[in-house]
Design a protein around this ligand. Structure first.
Ligand code: UDP
Ligand code: MG
Length: 333
C-alpha cells in the first residue's frame, strides 16, 4: 500500500570535489523541484541530502551557503574520502522519507528524470532504477562499462539490471532493508537488486559531466567492477572449483597447438613435443595464477568484512532535522 498523498522525498547526492558544478546543480534542483511541480506530484517536502566525501575544495562551503539561503537540505561531511559507494550508503542512512532518490552531483543524471520516477513509484513500483539508453562519454569508458555490466550479469546469481548505476528512486521499505544489511563493503546497486521488491527500469539519456573531471580513474573503475562482482556473486569461485576455466582453456590451447605443430614445416627448429609441453605448462601456470588472483580477491574482502569497521565516519552534520534523527535512533535501537 502506497502512503496517501502527500509523500516526502529525499534526494541523496554524493559530492567529492564538485565545487565547479555545484552552483549549476543548485539551480537545476531548484528549478526542477519548484513548489508547483512538487505539489503536482503529490509531494509535501523535498529534502536534499548532500554527502561530502572528504572534498578538498570548497564543495562543503558551497553546500552550507545553499542551506543558509533557505534550501531544505542537509550536509553530512565524512571524515575523509571513503569512496562513492560509501558516500551513497551514508546518504541512505540519513533518509527517512517515503521515497529516496540517489543522484550524482555532476549533472550526468538529469534531476528532471526523478519527476518521472516518482510517477512510476505512484504506479506501485518500489524501486525505479534509471537505465542508460546512451552515454555521452569517451568510447573507452563506454566500452568498459558495457563489458562490466555484461560480465556482472553473467557472473551474478541474481538478476542485475543492465546499464543501471546508482541513479534510482526507492520506497522507504527498500531503503530501510538495504540499510539493515550488515555488510560493511557495500555496493548499493548490487544490494538494490538483491533485496527484490517490485522493480522497474526507467530509460534515460546520460549527459556528459557539466564541469570538473570524473573521479574515477581506470584503477578506481577496476576496483568498482571487482567489488561489484565479488560482493554480488561467488560464481568465480565456483568456476575455479569445477575447473571449467582450467579445462576449457587448456583444451582449446592444446588442440590449437597440436594442430600448429602438425602443420609445422620440417625446417622449423622447435620440435612439436616441446611446443606441446611448453603450451601445457604455460596454460596450467596461467590458470593457477588467475585462480589465485580470484581467491585472493575474496580472502581480502573477507578480511575487511571480519574487521567490522564502519563503511564511513561522519565528521559533521549540518541541517540534520528530526526526520533524519528518527532514522538514526531506529537504527541504534
Ligand atoms: N564521488 C564521491 N566519492 C568519490 C568519487 C566520486 O562521492 O570518491 C561522487 C562524485 O562527486 C559524483 C559521483 O560520486 O557525484 C559520481 O562520480 P563521477 O562523476 O566522478 O563518476 P563517473 O560518472 O565518471 O563514473
Ligand atoms: Mg559522473
Amino acid at each position: 500500500m502506497k502512503p496517501a498523498n502527500p509523500a516526502t522525498l529525499s534526494v541523496v547526492i554524493p559530492v567529492f570535489n564538485e565545487s565547479e558544478v555545484l552552483p549549476l546543480l543548485f539551480e537545476r534542483l531548484k528549478r526542477c523541484f519548484e513548489p508547483a511541480s512538487v505539489k503536482q506530484l503529490g509531494l509535501s517536502t523535498v529534502q536534499f541530502i548532500f554527502v561530502d566525501d572528504g572534498s578538498r575544495d570548497d564543495s562543503a562551503a558551497k553546500v552550507k551557503t545553499f542551506i543558509d539561503n533557505g534550501a531544505n537540505a542537509t550536509l553530512i561531511r565524512l571524515s575523509r574520502n571513503f569512496g562513492h559507494q560509501n558516500a551513497v550508503t551514508a546518504g541512505l542512512k540519513y533518509s527517512d522519507s517515503d521515497i529516496t532518490a540517489i543522484i550524482d552531483a555532476d549533472l550526468q543524471d538529469p534531476p528532471e528524470v526523478i519527476l518521472g520516477m516518482v510517477r512510476k513509484w505512484r504506479e506501485g513500483f518500489d524501486v525505479v532504477y534509471a537505465q542508460r539508453r546512451k552515454r555521452k562519454e569517451n568510447w573507452f569508458k563506454v566500452g568498459c562499462y558495457w563489458a562490466f555490466y555484461r560480465l556482472l550479469s553473467l557472473l551474478s546469481e541474481i538478476e542485475i539490471a543492465m546499464d543501471s548505476g546508482d541513479f534510482c528512486l526507492m520506497d522507504r521499505k527498500v531503503v530501510q532493508t538495504i540499510c539493515s544489511l550488515p555488510e560493511k563493503l557495500r555496493f548499493p546497486r548490487g544490494l538494490r537488486s538483491w533485496v527484490g521488491f517490485r522493480q522497474v527500469g526507467f530509460p534515460y539519456e546520460r549527459d556528459s559531466r557539466h564541469a570538473g573531471e570524473s573521479k574515477y580513474s581506470f584503477k578506481a573503475l577496476f576496483k568498482l567492477a571487482t567489488d561489484g562482482i565479488a560482493s554480488s556473486s561467488i560464481r568465480p569461485l565456483q568456476i575455479i572449483q569445477v575447473g571449467t576455466f582450467l579445462f576449457a582453456g587448456l583444451l582449446i590451447t592444446l588442440v590449437s597447438f597440436c594442430g600448429l605443430a602438425y602443420f609445422m614445416p620440417d625446417r622449423f627448429l622447435i620440435p612439436p613435443w616441446f611446443l606441446i609441453g611448453f603450451t601445457l605448462t604455460a596454460s596450467v601456470g596461467f590458470a593457477t595464477l588467475f585462480s589465485l588472483y580470484i581467491i585472493a580477491g575474496y580472502i581480502g574482502r573477507m578480511y575487511l568484512e571480519i574487521k567490522q569497521r564502519p563503511s564511513f565516519i561522519v565528521m559533521e552534520e549540518i541541517g540534520v532535522n528530526t526526520v533524519n534523527r528518527r532514522q538514526e535512533h531506529r537504527q541504534a535501537a
